[in-house]
Design a protein around this ligand. Structure first.
Ligand code: FAD
Ligand code: UDP
Length: 387
């Protein structure tokens, strides 16, 4: 008796694909759309039961639009990225605001003039707070770690209150063990600007991310298979090139060891009141097992008599969400990167596949640039001579 494949493929899927794309998040979906629009036949698979990757959103039982994998706020300085995504969605302007629960008060984070005045009961001006930061900042010869970044700007007390505990909880590491780039994501301000991001474009997809992904993938050259690990089907049908957007170490069966990815557990709740907290996200640097609580209606703009929130509990084990920026991990990633570059038939794109702590817009930019490279490589290929 011949062995049967574990997955039965429908007749429509047995014809050849130019591309097999693994992962239907931003990296995979942008490439699927670009390649399909350039005439390629694309099969995109995701092992999850939905498209959108970590940016997937859906309505919960109460009818509130939630982000099951944590709050996703779109922001970018790239006109190209904004214009590209605008082909698939209308937008709603949204500027995210975050408060940190410190010493019994909820104070603006990023640290700004109001944070300092409220925390210390002062009445400083912008000019004076600049002098204040200069007076408390520690002298750091070379900014290497996430501790250096913060103590070098705002000193030890603000560091201890706003950054040390949050970072230890989020990463399971002291800030002195993490690359500077992690806490450098959060600026310090001397004015009263209390927006979390300062980017030119701060918008949310008007009907949600999943609708936007649906529009990207609604091309006749694209077939979508969810609930499918690529390893179940990669040998069952012909494809020419693979785009891989999952964790890079898993692709190579962890042959150089496991790359650390930080995970999260999400606790979703719906409350019978219209509003739960004062802003979109409240951070808890020093108390509780969770780092932050986010309330979706602020982010999506939905009107609803109830409200849904999510708590984030950092974990070492579980689905991979964050690459961990540390020198030893960068070294280990280099080994996988070299292996990845030696695969002529596979292109690695995205946050997990390139082990980069990228925001959504950075992943879109990376995918658009990967598409250009694939096109250029195709043009450079010598034509097969027909005799
Ligand atoms: P992913 O979205 O992870 O997609 C990869 C896909 O590959 C997944 O769906 C996975 O199921 C699939 N896959 C993996 N292995 C296989 C396999 N073997 N077979 C089939 N499929 C497979 N960015 C922002 O810009 N703003 C924010 O506010 C923001 N908030 C965030 C909050 C949290 C809690 C997290 C974790 C991330 C946040 N991000 C935010 C980052 C954002 O989620 C990522 O930049 C983006 O989703 C990465 O897209 P991707 O396609 O690279 O990866
Ligand atoms: N951070 C912190 N306190 C805060 C906010 C952020 O210590 O109140 C640090 C923490 O290390 C965090 C990093 O800055 O992981 C980046 O914060 P960001 O909000 O960008 O994290 P993300 O949204 O990617 O989880």
């Amino acid at each position: 008796m011949t062995e049967q494949p574990s997955v039965q493929l429908s007749a429509t899927l047995t014809s050849a694909f130019d591309y097999l794309i693994v992962g239907a998040g931003f990296a995979g979906s942008v490439l699927a759309e670009r390649l399909a629009s350039s005439g390629k036949r694309v099969l995109i698979v995701d092992k999850r039961p939905h498209i959108g990757g970590n940016a997937y959103d859906r309505y919960d039982d109460a009818g509130i639009l939630i982000h099951p994998y944590g709050p996703h706020i779109f922001h970018t300085n790239s006109k190209d990225v904004f214009e590209y995504l605008s082909r698939f969605t209308d937008w709603r302007p949204y500027q995210h605001r975050v408060l940190a629960s410190v010493d019994g008060q909820e104070l603006p984070i990023p640290i700004n003039l109001d944070t300092v005045n409220k925390l210390y009961g002062l009445n400083l001006t912008s000019f004076q707070v600049e002098e204040f930061f200069a007076s408390v900042a520690e002298k750091v010869e070379q900014v290497r770690t996430s501790e250096d970044v913060v103590v070098g700007k705002v000193g030890r007390d603000l560091y201890n209150k706003f950054f040390r505990g949050y970072t230890r909880k989020q990463w399971g590491l002291d800030p002195s063990e993490l690359d500077a780039s992690v806490t450098a994501r959060v600026p310090t301000r001397t004015n009263r600007d209390d927006r979390y991001f300062a980017d030119t474009y701060q918008v949310m997809p008007l009907h949600g991310y999943t609708r936007m992904f649906g529009a990207m993938l609604a091309h006749p050259n694209i077939k979508v298979m969810t609930n499918t690990d690529y390893r179940e089907i990669q040998d069952l049908l012909p494809w020419t090139h693979m785009i891989y957007t999952g964790p890079v170490d898993a692709f190579f069966d962890f042959r150089h060891g496991k790359l650390p990815y930080r995970s999260l557990e999400f606790r979703h709740e719906t409350h019978a009141t219209e509003q739960f907290q004062a802003v979109g996200t409240v951070n808890y640097p020093n108390d509780y097992g969770y780092t932050r609580i986010s309330e979706f209606k602020y982010i999506t703009g939905q009107q609803h008599p109830q409200t849904s929130v999510v708590y984030e509990y950092p974990q070492a084990e579980g689905d991979p969400y964050y690459p961990v920026p540390q020198p030893a991990n960068a070294e280990l990633y280099k080994k996988y990167e070299a292996e990845a570059q030696a695969q002529p038939d596979v292109t690695f794109v995205g946050r997990l596949a390139t082990y980069k702590y990228y925001n959504m817009d950075q992943v879109v930019a990376q995918a658009l640039s990967a598409f250009k490279k694939l096109q250029a490589a195709e043009l450079a290929e010598p034509e097969v001579a027909v005799i």
